[in-house]
Design a protein around this ligand. Structure first.
Ligand code: DCP
Ligand code: MG
Length: 355
């Protein structure tokens, strides 16, 4: 049976909240993220700032060059989390089948709400209206018969868009889509595609499954299907990632405790940031070392309480490092992972009880 899936994604989420709460930021290029010129990274930028080429994950230093007159502010995660909770509550008032992807986006299966009198698009518009009434924030939605098409659709008319991809227009949309915009095609794959003269969906469509598998391994089949509008419509009930880890390989083998611990501290912060974005806390910390002789050594420890801050993670990683290192073996790689993850913010919503 054909399902109706909606993907909802807030517009310039952090930036829009800052503009809502600070009227003086409205209509101005606003950049939310780390403000340090040496280490800061842009979390997101208002649409006014995007005109200057500023985008998520860009070093703050680069953003300053592109947009020197922008307003630069630090994120307020607590506020974003509580807004996220509000929008998740709205989603749950429409459907029990909700799959959150991050703080500001989710899939909803709303098949049961659609009838001859009520289209999926009108349901999406209602959800967007409810979000606006409750939070004064705009969102975009995409509606389709599977997940990846709904996600593509929500990105097509941002901000404030509501876009439907159905059987009549799916091939037209996919064929015109630049290859880099296909879900699952990252920068590396995009380059490879271009070297094979695949620039858009129409080019991809010409390739046989066999040839794609030959070039891209197992992902070939998925790419073949994506070029044809075929994808899953099952919302994942348990897509909680099992662990979050970061590692670094040194340029040359290192035996300097102070330097290694500094690196470990940085990695702990990165793991924490990644957990922050997904609202996880974890119960097990693992430190991994690879020594000069290519041997891997790991050691892990259960924490007393679920942890998530960089300081907490580093506290355990610091102790583990001292247990696992051997004084005479220089290190080529170090990594830290937090596992046994659990949800933090939606806990009292019981969303995961039935997802
Ligand atoms: N985010 C981040 N670092 C990234 C990407 C995103 O910290 N590399 C945060 C900030 C965003 C939020 O997650 O506001 C949601 O991410 P989106 O990709 O949905 O981006 P936006 O909502 O900011 O903009 P858009 O209107 O394109 O959805
Ligand atoms: Mg968004």
């Amino acid at each position: 049976m054909e399902r109706r899936i909606i993907h909802i994604d807030m517009d310039a989420f952090y930036a829009q909240i800052e503009q809502r709460d600070h009227p003086e930021y409205r209509g101005r290029p606003l950049i939310v993220g780390g403000r340090s010129l040496s280490r800061g990274v842009v979390a997101t930028a208002s649409y006014e700032a995007r005109k200057f080429g500023v985008h998520s994950a860009m070093p703050t230093r680069t953003a300053h060059k592109l947009c020197p007159d922008g307003i630069y502010v630090r994120p307020r995660f607590d506020v974003y989390k509580s807004v996220s909770k509000e929008i998740m509550e709205i989603f749950l008032s429409y459907s029990e089948v909700v799959e959150p992807l991050s703080l500001d986006e989710a899939y909803l299966d709303i098949t049961h709400l659609v009838s001859r009198e009520r289209t999926a698009k009108s349901v999406a518009l209602n959800i967007q209206r409810d979000i606006f009434e409750k939070t004064r924030l705009t969102s975009s939605s995409g509606i389709s018969y599977n997940k990846y098409l709904a996600k593509i659709a929500s990105g097509m008319n941002k901000p404030k868009g509501t876009t439907v991809i159905h059987y009549d227009n799916v091939m037209e949309v996919l064929k015109a889509m630049p290859i880099g915009k296909f879900p699952g095609v990252g920068a590396v794959t995009e380059e490879k595609m271009k070297s094979l003269k695949i620039y858009d969906g129409a080019d991809l469509y010409e390739w046989s499954e066999l040839d794609l598998t030959r070039e891209f391994g197992k992902r070939g089949t998925s790419l073949y299907k994506k070029a044809r509008g075929i994808g899953t419509n099952e919302l994942s009930v348990d897509r909680v990632r099992k662990s979050v880890g970061k590692e670094t390989t040194f340029d040359h083998d290192i035996n300097d405790d102070e330097y290694i611990l500094k690196t470990l501290e940085g990695l702990s912060d990165k793991v924490s940031e990644s957990m922050e974005r997904r609202q996880f806390a974890g119960r097990v910390v693992t430190v991994k070392l690879k020594t000069q002789d290519f041997k891997t050594h790991t050691k892990q420890m259960m924490t007393t309480n679920p942890i998530f801050t960089g300081e907490e993670i580093f506290h355990y990683a610091y102790n583990l490092y001292h247990e696992v290192k051997s004084p005479e073996a220089p290190i080529r790689l170090i990594g830290v992972t937090v596992s046994h993850l659990e949800e933090r913010s939606y806990r009292n919503l019981t969303i995961y009880d039935f997802l």
